[in-house]
Design a protein around this ligand. Structure first.
Ligand code: NAD
Length: 298
């Protein structure tokens, strides 16, 4: 089977491309390196093409499945109009490519579009758009819905993904990554005052599994990709101390930006992913963090 992975030099995209290759798929990766890193693809043997999915491009080859991961992924990118233009135009171009190839399209949406809505977050609940990034992904979902009965199209609302090959993201990398770096540097891990904000942290190996399962989704759909479990930052620091054999206390600080652009709690309702993709996250946070710390620090 021939696959295209857009944004394949990025975090989830590179893990996905490597896993697809391991499973025997013929994989082509495209990326424009706006946030991705060549280093993520050092073990990738397939074809790589540098291109901007949001502009006009020509791509030879026939694809059976297209995984669209490419997007401006920093919710604080700084140019809201460009975030919306690049993410929506990129999606439209890739959708057209999928139609032309008669390919299945699996694309990355986000849990960011639930904002500070009620938890556990259900796909059908009212959206709470707090960033241009979330808005761009909701616009993609709305376009996708118009194609549900015309093609195989699956949107994946990833929650907080963490794991190997995310370091290039800098500030938008996961809290698991950032807090571990602080601990390894001998500093107290810094979190917002109280530390009670909760996240549905999902290991990238699980996120990749959900993404591949979407190839055989029962029907076109948009589903959450999370664990269904929310963990607060105080607890996350305990898990990290356990994995790293340390005993650091959190250092609390005031949130530097407006509270309303920050998601207080995230937690996925996972029923639809189970029902339509047959996906249920396997990795427990403790085991995933241990596995990741071994990968990062040996
Ligand atoms: N990591 C998470 O926790 C998370 C959560 C929700 C949704 N997502 C979504 O998953 C996808 C992958 O995110 P990630 O965490 O791997 O981020 P990432 O920034 O590491 O990866 C995105 C990749 O897309 C590339 N890219 C961006 N715009 C492009 C364009 N126009 N043309 C070609 N390449 C382009 C970047 O260079 C980068 O390599 C994104 O669509 C993101 O919105 C991620």
């Amino acid at each position: 089977m021939k696959c295209l992975v857009t944004g394949g030099a990025g975090f989830i995209g590179s893990n996905l491309a490597l896993e697809l290759e391991k499973l025997g798929y013929e994989v082509t990766v495209v990326d424009n390196f706006i946030s991705g890193s060549e280093n993520n693809l050092k073990d990738f043997k397939g074809k790589f093409i540098e291109l901007d999915a949001s502009k006009e491009f020509k791509l030879d080859g026939k694809f059976d499945v297209i995984f669209h991961q490419a997007a401006i992924t920093d919710p604080r990118f700084g140019d809201d109009n460009e975030t919306i233009r690049a993410n929506v135009d990129g999606f439209k171009n890739i959708l057209n490519l999928a139609i032309k190839n008669n390919a299945k399209l699996i694309y990355a949406s986000t849990a960011n579009l639930y904002g500070n809505g009620p938890v556990p977050m259900k796909e059908g609940q009212e959206k709470d758009i707090i960033t241009a990034y979330g808005k761009s992904k909701l616009m993609m979902d709305e376009i996708a819905e118009r194609y549900f009965d015309k093609m195989h199209i699956v949107g994946l609302r990833y929650f907080n993904v963490f794991g190997p090959r995310e370091a290039h993201k800098g500030r938008p990398a996961s809290m698991v990554y950032h807090l571990s770096r602080q601990i390894k540097g001998g500093k107290n891990p810094r979190i917002f005052k109280g530390g009670e904000q909760k996240r549905d942290h999902i290991y990238v190996r699980d996120a990749v599994e959900a993404t591949i399962k979407a190839i055989n989704a029962k029907k076109s759909c948009i589903v959450n990709v999370g664990t269904g479990i929310a963990t607060d930052f105080n607890e996350l620091i305990k898990v990290l101390n356990g994995a790293l054999g340390t005993n650091f206390e959190p250092e609390y600080f005031d949130m530097p930006y407006e509270q309303k652009t920050y998601q207080g709690n995230t937690q996925a309702d996972t029923k639809n992913a189970e029902k339509f993709l047959g996906f249920k996250a396997k990795w427990k946070l403790k085991d995933a963090v241990k596995d990741y710390m071994r990968w990062l620090y040996g």
